[in-house]
Design a protein around this ligand. Structure first.
Ligand code: DAH
Length: 358
């Protein structure tokens, strides 16, 4: 076939190709490995220089013309396909958007955030410590010596592979963070320490892992009155009840002297903390007291110069009381339905420190 005829036929086929697939078939027939133009170009190698001087430019011109026509036709077909698609696909902009599934904030995380906010307003920083603790920080420095019955009360998980000089435990409370903070920071100190704690105990109201929050204030001239005001302010802000009834009861903890337990007045009618008029039940919410001079001395401070108070409470229990949740074990089951029902939206946090500011 003459070069001119091949050019005319190929260009006609390109112009007639009505779809990208048809165009591709034309391209393969002309320029593919076995294509007519490809074959033609291969014949140049066997030609004499004189023949090649004539055929070379002619074949190459043919190849360029066809390649150019293919590109132009492809662009036109692509544009036509896009226009057809746009015309066919009408979007209804008034349809509601299908939102991707969102997670929720676990009640324990929510309450920890609420506590951190309330105490931040009162000037407390957040401190933390290791969950694998040594016996000295978890017990001894807190005035719970080796033979003290309080060690048995804590149902401690001991770590079998402890170093010879250190017995390691899963911390049984957040109180060791008091010790670590007093050792590592110069007073005055105002911290809270939320976190996980562990005890070998399991039933409807106990899980082997649960959450506590510890508070510690160390300064000069701190008295029980500071303790009382701080706890009262915190409890009112947390439960969002201004006239909440509180009871401060003498108690015993090895690391405080005197020690105080705080009960919140509760209405069994509303199932919520309440003012004096509606109270028919008392619920213990926290332990506290003036930091024992021996604890202050164990951390290298002079107890005649520095005093303070401390408190500790269960975060899970606070969450149950505030949000009316009944089974502690549900907190840690990871049941999506429970979390959807009792969890909090990340985009809709309540104004949590509202009660703490005047
Ligand atoms: N550590 C105690 C517990 O786990 C709670 C506690 C009581 C902490 C009194 C304190 C405190 O700081 O002063 O039961």
């Amino acid at each position: 076939m003459s070069t001119d005829r091949l050019r005319a036929e190929t260009l006609a086929a390109i112009a007639a190709a009505a779809s990208p697939d048809a165009l591709e078939a034309v391209r393969v027939a002309a320029m593919g490995k076995q294509g007519q133009i490809t074959q033609l170009l291969k014949t140049l190698g066997g030609m004499s220089p004189v023949e090649r001087a004539v055929s070379g430019p002619a074949f190459n011109g043919l190849r360029e013309a066809v390649a150019g026509a293919l590109a132009v036709r492809k662009a036109a077909l692509d544009e036509a396909a896009l226009n057809a698609k746009l015309a066919a696909e009408q979007q209804d902009m008034t349809l509601p958007v299908a939102l991707p599934p969102t997670g929720s904030i676990h009640p324990v995380s929510q309450v920890m955030d609420e506590l951190a906010e309330i105490f931040a307003d009162l000037g407390f920083a957040v401190a933390d410590g290791p969950e694998i603790e040594d016996d000295w920080h978890n017990f001894t420095a807190l005035n719970i010596p080796e033979s003290h019955p309080a060690r048995a009360m804590h149902d401690t998980f001991y770590i079998a592979q402890s170093p010879a000089d250190k017995k390691l435990v899963l911390r049984t409370h957040t109180s060791p963070v008091q010790i670590r903070t007093m050792i590592s920071q110069a007073p005055p100190i105002r911290i809270i320490a939320p976190g996980r704690v562990y005890r070998s105990d399991s039933d409807a109201t106990h899980t082997p892992m649960f959450h506590q929050i510890e508070g510690l204030v160390i300064d000069k001239g701190i008295t029980l009155a500071h303790l009382r005001w701080t706890l009262e302010t915190f409890i009112k802000a947390f439960f969002e009840v201004d006239d909440v009834a509180l009871r401060f009861r003498p108690s015993y903890f090895p690391f405080t002297e005197p020690s105080v337990e705080v009960d919140v007045g509760y209405s069994s009618k509303t199932g919520k903390p309440a003012g004096a008029g509606q109270v028919d039940k008392w619920l213990e919410v926290l332990g506290s007291g003036m930091v024992h001079p021996r604890v202050i001395a164990a951390c290298g401070l002079d107890p005649d110069e520095w005093q303070g108070f401390a408190f500790g409470t269960g975060v899970d229990r606070l969450a149950m009381l505030k949000y009316g949740l009944t089974d502690l074990r549900a907190f840690f089951d990871g049941d999506i339905k429970w979390l959807k029902h009792h969890g909090f939206s990340a985009f809709d946090l309540p104004s949590i420190s509202a009660g703490a500011t005047p």
